[in-house]
Structures are given as structure tokens and as C-alpha cells.
Design a protein around this ligand. Structure first.
Ligand SMILES: [Zn+2]
Length: 88
């Protein structure tokens, strides 16, 4: 499961400042609702297009629930900046 949180950060700033390291876990597991059961598991990478430097590699933080063992990843993005524009 992936949770997307709205914050104001550009893709360039996300990549340049290691923004992913400051992302906090949810208070409750979205699978089993256990409180404070999520433990940091690591990161996985995704490529995004930045406004200044072209393709950037960003890291998405992942957590594992101690109670149910399932994982959740958290991506914090600016929905206005990061939304793909469709051409008709
Ligand atoms: Zn759980």
C-alpha cells in the first residue's frame, strides 16, 4: 500500500535534500489499525522528471507493521507540481 501526502516540495528539492529521510511513519497501520506498530524498513527508488535537472532519482520510504507484517510506503509530494499533465 502506498500513502501519498500533500506537502510543498519540488522534485528537485526532494532529491537534493534527502527529503525522504525525514518522512514519518503513520500513527496507525493502514492494514490492521495497530497503533505505533510501524517500523522503518528502508527505501525504494523511483525516477521522476524535475523542472531544473531533467530525470531525478528519488527515494520512497517504506515501513513494516510489527503486528501484521505488511508494508506501507509513504511518498510526500506537492500535488500541483508533481501531477502529470495530460495532452489531449
Ligand atoms: Zn498492521
Amino acid at each position: 500500500m502506498q500513502i501519498i501526502r500533500a506537502v510543498q516540495v519540488s522534485a528537485d528539492n526532494y532529491a537534493n535534500t534527502s527529503f525522504h529521510q525525514g518522512i514519518k511513519s503513520p500513527a496507525e497501520c493502514p492494514h490492521c489499525d495497530a497503533r505505533d506498530g510501524l517500523k522503518a524498513l528502508g527505501y525504494y527508488s523511483r525516477n521522476v522528471t524535475g523542472a531544473k535537472r531533467g530525470v531525478l532519482r528519488i527515494f520512497v520510504r517504506r515501513f513494516r507493521c510489527r503486528c501484521c507484517g505488511r508494508t506501507v510506503s509513504i511518498l510526500e509530494v506537492d500535488p500541483i507540481v508533481w501531477t502529470k499533465k495530460r495532452r489531449i
